[in-house]
Design a protein around this ligand. Structure first.
Ligand SMILES: [Zn+2]
Length: 494
């Protein structure tokens, strides 16, 4: 203690230096640990684990940090950095003792603060390019804001008064794979000229997968699409999506065990609505949760070890994939680089071809991951749905690629949908299997998904409208046509 006090004797400049160096040292230790253990710097997801969302997660993180096998490499790396910096500092001692050094520190702090404020409201804070001060403040602030926002949405959803009834729970494994940014016009199964969906093609040929040919996504960006897909809200309803019963709450009341598995980010400006819905499930697992943002995530196959199969209770599981989200080249491992420039149509420029090559290859990888998920349920009584949140616009308009309110084209809403059923499912549930097959060419919009799923599962609510349930005898395709007109109207989602 006396030593610590003695350090600060020597004027305010020396004291400030010691505090700055100490804070930097602790931070360097912490982020080195994050890099080694989670392959990320401090991010919104890390911030949420550290100071909220649940104390168990925070405890786990602290435990990991102090586990010897994690701590020793961190310490070794940090000590080597300090040693190098120390050698350098001896050379620079003269400069450091002068006024310049204080000016530099002051300059960095002053520059950092306005940049931090500017970065607070950007959609994708560039964690890796910013100073540690900027990163610490933005990540913590975004996490704090998200936690409050998600908490408020949760409260509203849990207060909704609704009645659930069901006779028996007949479907033991219902899996919903939510894909990402998949435009069906770039899939071989839907007529694209490159063979990038070989697994899906053969499953369709064998009659094990039902392909839907007239499906339109209910929004052009993830948050809006997923919140409409996973609640009884639909595009002609009044009010907001969170004022309608959420699928996980309906299913939990009906007796299902519900599980959310995701390779997308855990929270943040572009994921808060989804995070709020996910937190209504019995369990969640984010395999790439600690990644900072969309630019650095894990590959989708990371979800495979965490897939569940029903035990005592029937299971409803969502698998939320990163799919073909921009940046396409980062969505698949190199071994899936199957198609090259010469495969792409001549009408595109060289840089456009680069994007297309990567997009088409990301679909080839998605085909592999989705088929692995199907395989997992080969010996169970299971039905697996695949539907992406929205499509992707690729050089359809003004030389742009992407999706969202600023880029709504046919491709943004043209999505695939397919359903896989295990042998046991087809044997034990012939009526359900038949209605799934008979609906493959009917028009459908994804805001009707929750109604469609609960209807197939034999669950009724006081919000029910079976004319909106795709597999029901009462389904009215005009309802989907009406919604397609809304979706393709010029002011949709603006
Ligand atoms: Zn999306």
């Amino acid at each position: 203690m006396a030593y610590v006090v003695s350090l600060f004797r020597g004027g305010w400049k020396r004291s400030i230096r010691i505090v700055v160096v100490f804070v930097c040292a602790v931070w360097l230790l912490f982020e080195t640990f994050l890099l080694l253990r989670f392959n990320t710097l401090y991010s919104t997801s890390i911030a949420s684990s550290v100071f909220k969302t649940n104390p168990i997660e925070a405890k786990e993180m602290v435990g990991l940090f102090f586990r010897l096998s994690n701590f020793i490499p961190v310490l070794l790396i940090v000590l080597s950095i300090y040693f190098l910096a120390y050698c350098l500092a001896i050379g620079l001692k003269k400069i450091m003792q002068s006024l310049y050094f204080d000016c530099i520190i002051l300059f960095l702090l002053i520059c950092g603060i306005p940049a931090t404020i500017l970065n607070l409201n950007t959609n994708f804070p560039r964690y890796y390019q910013s100073s540690f001060l900027l990163r610490a403040l933005t990540s913590s602030w975004v996490a704090h804001r998200s936690i409050n926002y998600i908490g408020n949405l949760n409260q509203i959803q849990r207060r909704i008064d609704f009645v659930v009834s069901n006779d028996t729970l007949s479907l033991p494994n219902v899996v919903l794979i939510i894909g990402e940014s998949l435009n069906k016009n770039y899939m071989h199964a839907y007529g694209y000229h490159l063979s990038n969906t070989p697994k899906l093609d053969s499953l369709i040929r064998e009659g094990r997968v039902v392909k839907y040919t007239d499906v339109t996504s209910c929004a052009s960006y993830t948050n809006a699409a997923v919140s409409r897909m996973l609640t009884l809200y639909n595009l002609v309803n009044k009010g907001q999506w969170y004022e309608y019963p959420a699928l996980p709450l309906i299913l939990r009341r009906a007796g299902y065990d519900t599980f959310w598995l995701s390779s997308q980010e855990k929270m943040g400006e572009n994921a808060d609505e989804i995070a709020s819905l996910a937190s209504l499930f019995d369990g969640t697992k984010y395999v790439g949760a600690e990644s900072a943002d969309l630019a650095v995530s894990c590959y989708d196959e990371s979800v495979l070890p965490y897939l569940r199969v029903a035990k005592e209770k029937p299971l409803f599981q969502v698998v939320h994939l990163m799919g073909s989200h921009y940046n396409y080249s980062q969505r698949y491992p190199h071994s899936f680089y199957k198609f090259d420039y010469e495969d792409i149509e001549e009408k595109y420029t060289k840089s456009e071809k680069t994007d297309l090559v990567n997009y088409v290859n990301s679909i080839y990888y998605n085909d592999y991951v989705v088929s692995k998920i199907f395989e997992h349920y080969n010996n169970s009584d299971a039905i697996v749905f695949y539907v992406p949140d929205h499509g992707e616009s690729i050089y359809e308009l003004d030389g742009k690629i992407g999706h969202g309110t600023g880029l709504q084209t046919k491709g943004t809403f043209s999505i695939p949908m397919f359903v896989w059923m295990s042998d046991k499912f087809m044997q034990d549930h012939p009526a359900e299997a038949k209605s799934v097959r008979l609906s493959s060419t009917k028009p459908f919009t994804t805001d009707l998904l929750t109604q469609t799923l609960i209807d197939l599962m034999g669950i009724r609510t006081n919000y029910d409208r079976t004319v909106l349930a795709l597999f029901s005898n009462e389904y009215q395709p005009e309802e989907a046509i009406k919604r397609k007109e809304i979706i393709f109207s010029p002011n949709f989602d603006k």
